[in-house]
Design a binder for this molecule. Structure first.
Ligand SMILES: NC(=O)c1ccc[n+]([C@@H]2O[C@H](COP(=O)([O-])OP(=O)(O)OC[C@H]3O[C@@H](n4cnc5c(N)ncnc54)[C@H](O)[C@@H]3O)[C@@H](O)[C@H]2O)c1
Ligand SMILES: O=C(O)C[C@H](O)C(=O)O
Length: 315
């Protein structure tokens, strides 16, 4: 029995539930939302695709009744507002902080053993908040950003190399923000061959910049932020936990000296398995990557400070 709760049955929450079901990653998904009847409607609509898409996962929806989420092995937090064109993710902190703090507490009341995946933005800061609000050990809370940003990096690399994305391997670490992502061009490969052998510096810079503004580009096109790739990225983390796959995925994790950082949730590669974070992997960075990584960490710390300024957290 593998039960997953998704709090926030909006675009990303529903997409995540759909991928989990279609790929048979869990036996049960509970969607929960604050809007009356909304999660029930999303769950019913998704369940009516079961015979069409050939899945057996049971998706149910509930309005605000956390007792129905009891015993979840994984809980995903997708509740909160998305940005509109022209906004940054950091602009969402005032509304989303209260929601994420409250939701973290409610999840744990009914699923004290759950591993929590934080998606709501600004994600690195919301992951930090979830840690501080719950006091859970650092393996139990995972911020999802790097999996998505890496998928966008591979998409842009595949476009530049004119090859299928499945030929590409690559990672984005750092902050899940327009300026703080660090796409590791030096380590990206096409079937083991460095991508820098295939594209010149101008194209490399283009790929890096388009990757960093990947979310903003989609927000401009869609009028709200993206959901298919975010939902798929969450489902990969859920699967790695439930199936104890031990996949290596960049995630926003509470650091305790790794990469020279402490008391911050920040995007680094990690092995994800049945205990959540099994191990943080330290990779060597170029001087330029290191400088950008540290600069991004400083910016995330400033956003974290806002949590104290608006009294969502107390020192
Ligand atoms: N980390 C990432 O990579 C990533 C990717 C995409 C979106 N996001 C973020 O995820 C969040 C959700 O995005 P979306 O597009 O699904 O938005 P959405 O508006 O479609 O859905 C959000 C849902 O949350 C619900 N909600 C609000 N407060 C709640 C509460 N207290 N309890 C339960 N449900 C509540 C709303 O009713 C709504 O249905 C946003 O903050 C967005 O910025 C993050
Ligand atoms: O761009 C956003 O605001 C949503 C999300 O963080 C994304 O990267 O798609």
């Amino acid at each position: 029995m593998s039960k997953v709760t998704v709090v926030g049955a909006g675009n990303v929450g529903a997409s995540c539930a759909e991928y989990i079901a279609i790929k048979n990653f869990a036996s049960e998904v509970v969607l929960i939302d604050i809007k009356e009847g909304f999660a029930e409607g999303k769950a019913m609509d998704l369940m009516q695709t079961a015979s069409l898409n050939g899945f057996d996962t049971r998706i149910t929806g509930v309005t605000n009744d956390y007792s129905k989420t009891a015993g979840s092995k994984v809980a995903v937090i997708t509740s909160g507002v998305p940005r509109k064109p022209g906004m940054t993710r950091e602009d969402l902190i005032g509304i989303n902080a209260g929601i994420v703090k409250d939701v973290t507490t409610k999840i744990l009341e009914h699923s004290p053993e759950a591993i929590i995946i934080v998606v709501s933005n600004p994600m690195d800061t919301m992951t930090y908040l979830s840690h501080k609000a719950s006091g859970l050990p650092k393996n139990r809370i995972i911020g999802m950003g790097g999996a998505l940003d890496s998928a966008r990096f591979k998409y842009r690399l595949a476009e530049a190399l004119e090859c299928p994305a499945s030929d590409i391997d690559g990672m984005v670490i750092g902050a899940h923000s327009d300026t703080g992502m660090v796409p590791l061009m030096s380590k990206a490969t096409r079937n083991g061959v460095p991508v820098v052998n295939f594209i010149d510096e101008e194209k490399q810079s283009y790929v890096i910049e388009e990757t960093k503004i990947g979310g903003a580009t989609l927000t401009k096109l869609l009028g709200t932020s993206a959901w298919y790739a975010p939902g798929a990225a969450v489902s990969v983390l859920v699967h790695s936990i439930l199936a104890d796959q031990k996949k290596m995925v960049p995630c926003s994790l509470m650091l305790d000296g790794e990469y020279g950082l402490s008391d911050i949730c920040f995007g680094v590669p990690a092995i994800i398995g049945k205990n959540g974070v099994e191990k943080i992997v330290e990779v060597e960075l170029t001087e330029d990557e290191k400088a950008k990584f540290n600069e991004a960490a400083d910016a995330v710390r400033k956003t974290n400070d806002v949590l104290y300024e608006i009294n969502v957290l107390n020192k």
